[in-house]
Design a protein around this ligand. Structure first.
Ligand code: CP3
Length: 364
């Protein structure tokens, strides 16, 4: 499928299904990858993490971050690799002091509480405080040897702000919503700084070798429609407008994923992104009708389906493929990250089912 011969500057890419599908170009089968495909459901990940000592040390060691990025690709015929890192690298580089409490998720030593805290934070230099991320991108890209494309990523400004203001994971989001509704100017100031930081961070990942980028807006779905546009989508739109969209003579597609964002598909598609990520709370058939030819779609199997039998997993894959229907423009994925207690073999059943069952939808 690759037509690398047309551009001598273009490094070879053996499997470009993922990049083609994001641009709605013909493919032989639907590409597939899994959010959080590197992680604790894999015993080899746990071994490398133990070798690194802790999660952030793993992210900061380019060789080990590369190793865990490649682990799922050795097990399954995935069509893309995703940088091993975390969305919270930016707030950490802003000086908030990220740490992980076992079983409790991420935490910040110095959360944002007021305007004075927002005034203090700067825009991190991607080749300064965040150089370890760019080093990981360069190492992974080299070690992938052109097998599959490398996805870079960031959190959305709103999602990053939730962790920075709440001080960690939250259920009710009362602190950030208090700031949003009682002190909106302070929150907008923070979101502006985050949008500028994310733009330069993603552009640096593209310079370092990322061939596509994805923005994770994990918590946009906790906002009302009007507040979603004001506090989340507006800033993702700004980032999309500031991103480099070509590298090495190839398009660099951008995917926006708002968990629970199904009701705002048209608005997300109107930002100028190439693809919209879907969670499992929307039928992909309806989503395709609503966005038409405007963007590609990524998703959207419930990650908990990977607890089911191989037959049930295959049946679900078949249903989603049928829902999307004929032609390119679909990147198969889970609707959110893979759960840490999923049997790895079930992930293999999922990936193989997508390739095998999707071919009839790509006959020209
Ligand atoms: O998809 C991939 O394989 C790439 C790696 C990746 C990680 N985090 C690795 C990770 C990506 C894309 C992320 C993004 C991320 N991080 C998001 C957005 C996507 C989503 O899932 O909604 C969010 C909200 C975070 C913040 C974060 N980091 C959380 C909530 C956790 C889990 C904490 C826990 O203890 O379960 C992390 C840590 C983290 N990031 C792990 C991994 C593999 C687990 C760390 C470990 O090894 O203990």
């Amino acid at each position: 499928m690759a037509d690398d011969s047309t551009n001598p500057q273009r490094p070879e890419l053996k499997n470009d299904r993922y990049l083609r599908a994001l641009q709605k170009q013909p493919v032989d089968a639907t590409p597939v990858w899994m959010m959080r495909q590197a992680g604790r459901y894999l015993p080899e990940y746990k071994a490398t993490r133990a070798q690194a000592g802790d999660f952030m040390s793993l992210c900061k060691n380019a060789e080990l971050a590369c190793e865990v990025t490649l682990q799922p690709l050795r097990r399954f015929p995935l069509d893309a690799a995703i940088l091993f890192s975390d969305i919270l690298t930016i707030p950490d580089a802003m000086g908030l002091g990220l740490y992980f409490e076992t079983g409790e998720g991420p935490r910040f030593r110095d959360p944002i509480t007021c305007k004075a805290d927002v005034d203090k934070i700067g825009i991190p230099d991607p080749e300064g405080e965040l150089q370890y991320v760019m080093n990981a991108v360069r190492t992974i890209r080299r070690e992938l040897k052109g097998e599959v494309p490398l996805i870079g990523f960031s959190g959305s400004p709103w999602t990053l702000a939730t962790y920075m203001v709440e001080g960690g994971t939250s259920k009710a989001f009362t602190k950030i919503k208090k700031m949003a509704f009682a002190e909106p100017a302070t929150l907008h100031q923070l979101l502006e700084k985050l949008a500028d930081s994310v733009t330069s961070y993603l552009n640096a990942q593209i310079d370092a070798g990322a061939q596509s980028v994805m923005i994770f807006d994990t918590w946009g779905g906790v906002l009302s429609p009007r507040d979603y546009k004001d506090f989340s989508l507006q800033y993702m739109h700004k980032i999309v407008s500031g991103l480099k969209r070509e590298a090495d003579g190839r398009k660099v597609p951008v995917t926006l994923f708002t968990k629970n964002g199904g009701q705002w598909l048209e608005a997300i598609a109107a930002t100028g992104c190439d693809a919209v990520g879907l969670d499992w709370t929307i039928n992909i058939e309806d989503a395709r009708k609503r966005v038409g030819d405007k963007v590609a779609l990524q998703g959207n199997m419930d990650p908990s389906m990977l607890y089911a039998s191989p037959e049930r997993i295959r049946q679900e894959v078949a249903t989603i493929l049928e829902g999307y229907g004929n032609g390119s423009g679909h990147v198969f994925n889970l609707g959110h990250g893979i759960h840490l207690d999923v049997p790895p073999d079930n992930a293999g059943v999922f990936v193989n089912a997508v390739h095998e069952l999707s071919r009839p939808y790509h006959k020209q």
